[in-house]
Design a protein around this ligand. Sequence first.
Ligand SMILES: Cc1ncc(C[n+]2csc(CCOP(=O)(O)OP(=O)(O)O)c2C)c(N)n1
Ligand SMILES: [Mg+2]
Length: 615
Amino acid sequence: MLHEPRRSRDGTLPASERDSRTAQLESVVAAVRAVPSSWPPGSLVRATDRQTVSAAMVQALTALGVEYAFGVFGGAIAPFCQAVSESPIRLIHSRHESGAAFAAIEASLASGKPAVVVATTGPGATNLYTGMAAARAEGAKVLFISGATPAAQRGRGAFQETGGPFSALSPLFTSGLLLHHAGVLEDAAELDTLVSRLANGFARPNGFVAHIGLPLAVQTAMRGPARPRVITSRAPACAPAVSVDCAELLASEDFVIWAGFGARDSADLVCALAEQSGARVMCTPRAKGVMPEDHPLYLGVTGLGGHERVAQYLQRAQPARALVLGTRLGEMSSFWSEELVPRGGFVHVDLDSDAFGAAYPEVATLAVQAEIGSFLCDLLAAWPDQSEPKACFVPPKTAAPAPAPRATGPVRPSFLMSVIQREIVEQRQAIVMTEAGNAFSLGSHYLRFPDAGRYRVSTGFGSMGQATAGVLGAAVARGNKAFAIVGDGAMLMQNEISTAANYGIGAVWIVLNDARYGMIEQGMRTVGWQPFETDFPRTDFVAIARAMGADGIRVERESDVAMALELARASLGPFVVDVVIDREELAPAGNRNQSLIKQGLSTALPSVTRAPRRE
Ligand SMILES: Cc1ncc(C[n+]2csc(CCOP(=O)(O)OP(=O)(O)O)c2C)c(N)n1
Ligand SMILES: [Mg+2]
């Protein structure tokens, strides 16, 4: 963040303040423009004695910045795992390959560095599938490495047969929409090309997901060290004339900024543009904090868990355009709502040209393919000096005062969020994640972040388990406690408390214990269905945590929430806060169910007869 400026009542900067900020802005711009080389100095790749392919690959991965590998071992991948264990890469043996993948995704996103996942052949590899799709959807940098059946044994009924065109698992070894790069390393001589490919991929600014199968004989084959070429990347920028045109167009009438996850590394520039132009800023759930959520020019969140204030502003102020930065504007970010579309359409900036016109094909869009930071630097440089920010309608803030704890009854989710805000978001720099389920809309709606990179939620792929297991990756990558707000259903899908206990990882789970798949139940009820099969037995997550070598506390009253979160903050290892949630208070899921109805969900379902419960 730049320093806290003096602002006029509508949040814009007075002219004198704007002048004094130019120097600060220049230093921010310089930092963005100096994109470092993606490949470390050549001295890291030494011509030493011959080594195994596994050792050479691990040496190259270390040089590429890999610090963490998660996974589940097996005979078919043992030599590679052994090479990792002898390297500076920290190897974490997980309880399930999907948990390992989620941890690697979050470690990569928390650090900006690539992470590795290891798995054995057959079921080890197939258990990676969800994690691969999630990694791709999140824009993480993850290399999956699994065992592969040697070519001579393929098609002959080898145990857990994997790899090659005759394998049932061939899609996992095919480059395409799931994986940017995939295949089997058939020969030690292919290693240099592979490492070069990985170096290139990891240098990309918007994520890279690869899967490489390693047959045993290749893992143990001898060769010299990998010596790929040096790769230096620069963030893609648009032509100077484009930024001048965009600056003229945007400055000519009021506009609103719609920031997405792709703008997370350019938060200072987004804030600077808003203050320079007077534009209000709305954020997708994954972009929470890109604009400080207490800033007068910040409107709120769009999509799931979003704020009504955003649509109110657009209706009242009628800005001409939206400058869309680094988001595909998918369902959970926008619900494809027409209320969020200004009359003049979008100026849409993204690295990925597939984002343009995808969510709103009918909206006039000026598409600019560029990295957000470099685009904003150029836009600010081209911004007309004389343009005075226009004062316009500022809707009231939604943040209500924190409710007082009530004496009886289970914990209201909204109350829990207000205490998490006070005890965690405002106390530490830790990452806070929310899981698919009611946690997702509660976190996006009620929590308020002053900076980017603190809130994590998966809006594209949205797998239950991503936060539950991913919290381990965020904690190790930041060397700090990380907090996951998760449902009891999601918690029951993963067993990574055991992994966290084994390695003393500072993961904290705040469990919304409602003894049901709450989001599903709420969805059924909201569209007029009689809920069916959504309840399950109340689980004792403190007992589970203790059984796995961790600790925790059960919270049944609102007056105990703050104390429990203090304990979680102070705990030395993994910790579970098992909160008995009031099942009556609805989560702020907003238009999600209307969106499902538009997609074909019937509200006129014949009433469902409930089977008697087997309790
Ligand atoms: C792997 C996976 N399976 C199914 C879903 C669909 N789904 C979304 S939320 C949800 C229920 C979540 O229940 P719980 O974890 O208890 O959270 P709650 O909503 O009750 O707080 C389900 C089944 C999903 N997102 N991911
Ligand atoms: Mg639940």
